[in-house]
Write a protein that binds this ligand. Structure first.
Ligand code: ATP
Ligand code: MG
Length: 240
């Protein structure tokens, strides 16, 4: 668990399919942070969908924009490994601290890959540890005031997320990224690297082919493939 300096989150230009999702979350939090709403039935957003579809990036960008807009808002970034502790009770304590917001502060809490923290009660791998963590989380969420503190969670394993947890969030499904958006990320990424134009064109056509043939299906794979092809080119260049 750590406080995330909004300056450390690099601003990215959102892809077209990400914009309405970003807007929906940002506008809602913005409204909640400027108004009051008693008994709001949800405590934040849970973005779910296949790996590499931009879930974590979207919530980080929302957190950044909210923290930029409100000087009293801090971002807390949590992943399962941050909380896990072999000492009895320590993980629960760490989790409670995430929700301990002082009078002078407001908070956006990002639970990235929340399934690593919360196992569904039915999952085989669920252990006593998870029950205990679940109960702390439910308790804390139920007392959360969304005009002061909001949770943004992500998962690519919605099947492992407890039903009771899901019911406390506004669920947003992030589907597979359309091919045009993969092309757009490819173009954007290649535009940012300095390489001779014919090399870029070659790399671009190689990767476009892989996207067309479904060999590359998500954003991370696009970025990975660009990096590999750029490194391949650089490593084969003649030494001068
Ligand atoms: N608009 C964008 N511009 C540039 N890069 C982006 C953009 N959106 C996402 N990315 C990058 O694409 C990669 C995959 O995105 P991200 O990590 O958010 O996916 P994810 O859905 O959270 O995946 P996982 O389910 O595996 O956690 C990351 O490196 C992220 O920084
Ligand atoms: Mg992620």
């Amino acid at each position: 668990m750590s406080e995330l300096d909004p300056f450390s989150i690099k601003r990215v230009i959102l892809l077209e399919y990400q914009k309405p999702i970003f807007k929906r979350i940002y506008n809602t939090i913005n409204w909640l942070f400027s108004n009051s709403y008693e008994n709001l039935p949800f405590k934040g957003f849970l973005l779910y969908g296949p790996p590499g579809t931009g879930k974590s990036e979207i919530v980080k960008q929302v957190g950044k924009k909210i923290a930029d807009a409100y000087s009293d808002v801090k971002i807390h970034y949590v992943d399962g490994a941050d909380i896990a502790s072999p000492k009895w009770g320590e993980a629960e304590k760490k989790l409670e601290d995430v929700f301990n917001v002082s009078e002078r502060e407001r908070r956006v809490i990002i639970f990235d890959d929340i399934e690593s923290l919360m196992m569904s009660r039915g999952a085989n791998i669920a252990k006593e540890w998870h029950y205990s963590i679940n109960s702390v989380l439910f308790h804390k969420l139920d007392f959360l005031d969304p005009s002061k503190c909001i949770v943004l969670a992500t998962t690519n394993r919605i099947d492992l997320v407890d039903e009771a947890l899901k019911s406390r969030f506004y669920l947003i499904e992030i589907p597979r990224v359309p091919k045009e958006e993969l092309f757009a990320l490819l173009d954007k990424t290649l535009a940012s690297v300095s390489l001779p134009t014919p090399v870029k064109e070659k790399i671009s056509s190689n990767i476009r082919e892989k996207i067309r043939k479904d060999k590359i299906r998500d954003l991370r794979q696009v970025l990975y493939e660009v990096a590999i092809q750029v490194f391949n080119y650089i490593s084969e260049e003649e030494l001068i």
